[in-house]
Structure formats: C-alpha cells, structure tokens
Design a binder for this molecule. Structure first.
Ligand SMILES: Nc1ncnc2c1ncn2[C@@H]1O[C@H](COP(=O)(O)OP(=O)(O)O)[C@@H](O)[C@H]1O
Ligand SMILES: [Mg+2]
Length: 254
C-alpha cells in the first residue's frame, strides 16, 4: 500500500482498513484495504463475485461490517447509516436501479437533496451546468432517457448533495462503447472539480485511463494495487485482469 500514502499530512478522503463485510452470516470481503487520497480517482477492478460491490455497500452502510474500519477524512464512519453518511458528504450510485423511471428528471435530482438544508436552487443550477442535457429534459419522465442519460441523472442526483467523496458502482454497465467514454470523462471532470472518487468498473482499461490509482480484488481480498498507469503497463495483470496481450493493445473490454 506504499503508493497510497499522502505525504502532506492530510488524512485520506476514504480509508478502508482490513474490512470484513457481507450479508448476515455470509462474509464476502475478507480483509480488504483501500485508500482514496483527497482529490484522487481510484478504481476497483476484479472478477465477478470478488467483493467489489460488497465493499462499496459496506462503506455506505448497506452491507454488514464484521471487522476492520472505514474512515472519512480521518473520522471513523464504520457501520454508519446511509442517511448520516449523505449528510457527512458521501455520495453513492448503486450498480443498478439507480433512478426512478416514473418520476421526472427534476424529481429524481431533487430526491438526492431532500434531507439537506441550504440553497437547493443553487446546487441544482450547478448540476444542470454540468449536465446541460438534463436541463433540456428537466420536466420529462426519467424513463424516457437513454442508458447514458440515466447514468448522468444518477450522478446528478448524487452530486446535488455536494459530496466530498463519491462511490460509483459500475456506472458504465450496459452502455455503448462511445457512451462509456463520455460517462467516464464526465466522472473524471467531477473528480477534477474536487470530489474524491472510488469507482468500481468492468470496463477496466477505459476506467484506468481516467484514474489515478487502482486496486485489483480477488476472492474478497486485495490482490494487487498500483498507479493506473502501472497497472495498464503490467503484463501479468494485463493478461489476467484486463484481457490485454501487450501494454499498447486496444482494450477488448468495451
Ligand atoms: N444481498 C446479498 N446476500 C447474500 N449474498 C450476496 C448478496 N449480494 C451479493 N452477494 C454475494 O456476494 C458475492 C460477491 O458479490 P459482490 O460484492 O456483488 O461482487 P462483485 O461486485 O465483485 O461482482 C457474490 O457471491 C454474491 O452472490
Ligand atoms: Mg458488483
């Protein structure tokens, strides 16, 4: 984990240490450690069932934490409830079912902020600036949006709460290749605006191209971690986890 250490004394935005988590008696994460330094975009990759979603859910209070700790800007948030985490500045976009198709775009976005105080209009203005397309379709049913637009809406709903840390579980799942790039670029832009991001991705190569660092999970444990470039250029990891024959080959993941 040496690559994860911030050298300026600022606590990491998110620090997961030796996490053991699962669902009731079923333990899935068996000692996972992940650091997201302030301002970083960090990607988790790994085979299906390796515990990626469970890790994200455990951070957001949606899986049972059996051991280890989770810290947000240095504060222990282990086992904290989702609504409290939103108030503390954590945003979460789940893998599926992350918008309400029968509600309007506007209602979906407003739902992301209904527990919060302060100037909602200003925050809505900001997310509309980030996603002009949503502004255009503001009063339409979310069910009429394309797959890529729905993911943007899910991001907008998380962002309207102005999180400092955003947890994203496969935001590009099921999207056409050129839309995958668009959504990942948008996520990187959100990251550049100051939001620390922990991202789970199946489109691993594309995600790594937009990330600072990455973790490979396997069977509920850390398998490997490095800078995103280091991983992209690692022939062993490339062959096994990214489907690459060589470092410069175009991805077969999308
Ligand atoms: N709600 C649940 N209850 C019990 N087991 C679950 C639940 N959700 C996921 N699992 C199991 O946890 C394992 C890891 O799942 P998950 O963390 O979703 O993996 P990944 O996101 O890496 O594909 C899988 O074997 C899955 O069947
Ligand atoms: Mg998953």
């Amino acid at each position: 984990m040496s690559s994860a250490a911030a050298d300026n004394g600022t606590p990491p935005a998110l620090e997961i240490a030796d996490l053991e988590a699962g669902y009731g008696p079923t333990v899935i994460a068996r000692g996972i450690s992940i650091v997201v330094n302030k301002g970083e975009m960090v990607t988790i990759i790994g085979p299906n069932g390796s515990g990626k979603s469970t890790t994200i859910k455990a951070i957001f209070g949606l899986a049972d934490v059996e051991g280890g700790s989770i810290r947000l800007h240095g504060e222990d948030i282990t086992g904290e409830r989702a609504d409290r985490l939103i108030a503390k500045g954590v945003g979460y976009v789940p893998q599926a079912g992350n918008i309400f198709p029968t509600l309007s775009v506007r209602e979906n976005v407003e739902m992301g902020a209904f527990t919060l105080h302060g100037d909602l209009d200003a925050r809505i203005e900001k997310v509309q600036d980030l996603f002009p397309l949503l502004r255009e379709r503001w009063k339409e049913n979310a069910g009429h949006l394309s797959g890529g637009q729905r993911q943007m809406l899910a991001l907008a709903r998380a962002l309207v709460a102005e999180p400092s840390v955003l947890l994203l579980d496969e935001p590009t799942a099921g999207l056409a290749p050129q839309i995958v790039d668009q959504v990942l670029e948008q996520i990187r832009e959100i990251n550049r605006s100051g939001v620390s991001i922990l991202l789970v991705e199946q489109n691993a190569i594309k995600a790594l191209r937009h990330s600072d660092r990455a973790y490979v999970l396997a069977r509920g444990r850390n398998f490997f971690d490095d800078t995103a470039d280091g991983l992209l250029n690692n022939p062993d990891i490339g062959r096994v986890f990214l489907g690459l024959g060589g470092a410069d080959e175009e991805g077969s993941d999308g």
